[in-house]
Design a protein around this ligand. Structure first.
Ligand SMILES: [Zn+2]
Length: 346
């Protein structure tokens, strides 16, 4: 097994499935790799790509290790990160994969491989193809060359065109349980990222993992970036805004810092917690729970679902480069409408 996947036991079932398919000569032309953000879809796709281009693929899959040889020219190029027959496509500045990118992909898919026996295309976020790009990709999927394998990555909850989906074999990567995720996280925290010397304290790892919905890669991103701090600022501002201690633009500012994606993710988690609390279940984010519990007590459950659809609307609008600030303000106003009106003395 490939090292990156080796340390991710929750991906082993999916990996073994692939090996079985290869042994039975049933590798599909296109795989749809689905899963929550941060569970390791990219790691999985890279591992599949590395295995498929290896010159000794046949003996690799016959062997119980099921790993690429690590010694051939292909494996060297993969290790150097410069294999010319593996191409990756992802949304650029516009948040969407554009038709020009898919045209380049299609040209690559029909050309002869340069050094390997096979070409691999990895489309990160195939749930973010604009409609022209999706249609262009469909053509490539409908008439695939024999020597190309497409790996389309899809984040859970973000739909892709059914016509694309139906031409792929879907592999859904699960999210690990808490203990497994925590072990992985402990192994992957980079040195020097541990604050004042010593290991990063357990409490931070646990908090990040919970905030990431147990997706270890996402938790690692949180721990090595600014997200935790920015989220805290946004949460404080949110609380104060709800109590009328902060103006709308002031409350929206930290959400703008988080960016559209980050702030919508926060809002989505809070709205989901509001729904959970409404039915007496435990919230995922304990820090926001007090405020959300209060709102759940004073509002009918459908309000939480209304908020969730609003977040999804904002996300859909994100395709058209809406302003993160305006979307944050719109959602904040909806939240504030959930506050019960205090009686004023006459
Ligand atoms: Zn090799």
């Amino acid at each position: 097994m490939i090292t990156a996947i080796d340390s991710m036991p929750w991906l082993h079932t999916a990996w073994n499935q692939l090996i079985n398919n290869l042994r039975n000569d049933r590798l599909p032309h296109a795989l749809l790799v689905a899963g929550e953000r941060g569970v390791g879809k990219g790691d999985y796709a890279e591992a599949v790509a590395a295995l498929l281009v290896c010159d000794r693929l046949a003996s690799a899959i016959a062997d119980s290790r099921s790993a690429p040889c690590g010694q051939c020219k292909q494996c060297e190029l993969v290790a150097a990160g410069s294999h010319p027959d593996i191409r990756r496509y992802a949304p650029e500045k516009s948040r969407m994969i554009k038709v020009d990118q898919v045209r380049a992909l299609s040209a690559f898919a029909v050309a002869s491989p340069q050094v390997s026996h096979r070409k691999i295309v990895i489309v990160n976020r195939s749930d973010q193809l604009n409609i022209n790009a999706a249609n262009a990709l469909l053509k490539t999927l409908e008439e695939p060359s024999d020597d190309v394998t497409l790996l389309l990555l899809q984040e859970t909850g973000r739909p892709i065109l059914p016509t694309l989906r139906s031409r792929c074999q879907t592999v859904t990567l699960p999210t690990p349980d808490f203990a497994t995720g925590l072990t992985w996280l402990q192994q992957h925290i980079p040195e020097g990222n541990s604050g004042q010397g010593g290991a990063m304290d357990q409490e931070h790892l646990v908090q990040a993992l919970r905030l990431a919905g147990l997706a270890p890669r996402l938790a690692l991103d949180y721990l090595t970036g600014d997200f935790i701090q920015q989220r805290q600022t946004a949460l404080d501002a949110f609380r104060r805004f709800m109590k009328n201690e902060l103006s709308l633009p002031e409350a929206a500012k930290p959400l703008k810092t988080l960016g559209l994606d980050g702030s919508l993710l926060l809002m989505e988690k809070w709205a989901a917690d509001l729904a959970r609390l409404g039915v007496g279940a435990d919230p995922a984010d304990p820090e926001a729970a007090e405020m959300l519990r209060y709102l759940a007590k004073h509002n009918p459950p459908w309000r939480a679902h209304e908020l969730l659809s609003s977040v999804r609307e904002s996300r859909a609008a994100g395709i058209n480069n809406v302003s993160p600030e305006l979307e944050a303000e719109r959602l904040l106003m909806q939240w504030q409408a959930l506050m019960p009106r205090r009686r004023r003395r006459a």
